[in-house]
Design a protein around this ligand. Sequence first.
Ligand SMILES: Nc1ncnc2c1ncn2[C@@H]1O[C@H](COP(=O)(O)OP(=O)(O)OP(=O)(O)O)[C@@H](O)[C@H]1O
Length: 607
Amino acid sequence: MKVYLRIFSYAPKLVSRLVQFFVFSLLGTVFGVLNLTLVIPMLDVLFNTTDQTLIPALPEFEISIKYFTATFNYYFTKVVLEYGKVEALLFVCSSIVVTVILANLFRYGERMTASKLRVDITKNLRMHIFGKVMQLHIGFFNDQRKGDLISRFTNDVGEVESSVVNSLKSVMKEPITILVSLGVLFTISFQLTLFTLLVLPIIAIVIGGIVKQLKRRATQSQESLGRIGNILDETFSGMRVINAFNAKKFVLNRIDNETSYHRKVNLSLSRKNELASPVSEILGVIVVAIIVYYGGNLVLSNTPELEASQFMAFLAIYASMIQPAKNFSNGITSVQKGTVSASRIFEIIDTESAIKSKPDATILKSFEDKIEFRDVSFAYNDNTVLRNINLSVKKGTTLALVGPSGGGKSTLADLVPRFYDPLKGDVFVDGLSLKDYELESLRSVMGVVTQESILFNDTIFNNIAFGIDNIREEDVMNAAKVANAHDFIMQTEQGYQTTIGERGSKLSGGQRQRLSIARAVLKNPPILILDEATSALDSESERLVQDALTKLMKNRTSIVIAHRLSTIQHADEILVVQNGEIVERGRHEELIANSGLYRKLTEIQKV
Ligand SMILES: Nc1ncnc2c1ncn2[C@@H]1O[C@H](COP(=O)(O)OP(=O)(O)OP(=O)(O)O)[C@@H](O)[C@H]1O
């Protein structure tokens, strides 16, 4: 219930909309029921019993259905007496038409109000999830898989939209219909209505049992959809490799296993879902049969308790209550499914980012002196990947990290923009711990160029400008020139306005890298973190990229993860990182003279 209410907190103007919804529902229902009540005088006219139901005086005012019925009957009787039965019939028929028109107008208003709530909630919920995910620490994305996140964003929000919000109609409105109808039934025959109410709980108990079982299956179904999302994401991003390795069967098997499981769970879910409706219908008919028998007896017993016409109206209203009652029970099952999805959504929304600025954090205005690691250790869960790292990078110098794959170079570099916090020790910029700086200001003095260039399916211009507002075209072009990207950009069909395909798929590896470099040039950060690409480029492309990097690093403080040792020979300090420890450090010449791991690595690369 808490989850259900929380969903509605995403609706703007909730109170006024709910009031509007209830007023429209109420009026729609009242007029809907009224036209059925009007059947009574009509039948009376037709069956010639009008004289007995004549009401001599206007009833005293009160807010009750009885009052309105009596008032209507008063005027109706007047019409019968003054104008005759045919006119009275005409009066009843016109009243029915008017009430039907009004009922439908109000129902339209009610549905539109519900729709506004639905679309607003969906939009705000999606924006909140997205905003929240954007703020989360990088480590979150290691544990939470992409496809699953996307599934929560699409499928789970969709489920909330269709079930929980739509249930507004059935769970909140139908009880109004049922209560209004019951009120009318009581005015027709207290005894018969009471009897009816005694049999109704049977349905409620049976349906309640079915609903309980739904929840578990709904959770399994949504989780499975998340896993399907993961498989799709991995597959579509790896189509080249899949084709190259003839691995289609492997991928098909994976998706087949998951979709089969999803099918199984969904079938079981549907079984329970679909059971609710026939079961309630059968039970409903049984109840009607009992009521007809009981009510029929009352009519037949010739006591004044129930007229035949009243009994027929009773049955008509009762029958009109069955659909709302069914909607109500379906609504409850739907709410259960929706709350499962909502819980999955709130799980993400409630995740606290592990990396946050302190409330009184210092704004880092400029980088002045040095970056320092003091006794830093770091672990992914239980896997320690950095041990007692001590280093210092003076402003304007270049630090190179080299070493065998998996040694911990990228992890070390990730600690500088505070993508992760160290487990032990601390990282300092200008003598102050990273944790004391306001996060955005810290990252604004750093530029990161990674192995995989993160590009978006947008124009080249927007990919370079990336996040900088009101940038001048001239500046973007200058950045592209520094990054050796301008020439190839001009050769594309629409120059800077060319779209580059998903993840830059329409560009070559070298071109993608040069665009990322242009982006960093434009940001012009004093500190640069460079994860050199491992993928081999042809020599011309490599020369262009290398030249662009050299220009980018000029006059900056750089931390470079180098895979090709030839590129970092001029670094001010080279750290050789192996198994999470710095095993050698010094300048190129010193390390070569050392005859240690660095020298071995350079020799391997020469071969
Ligand atoms: N997100 C992660 N979650 C768990 N373990 C990780 C994660 N990223 C890296 N590791 C582990 O941490 C260790 C160090 O990885 P890291 O990427 O820092 O090494 P590297 O020296 O940069 O390697 P490479 O040169 O191959 O890029 C590896 O054993 C790796 O398996």
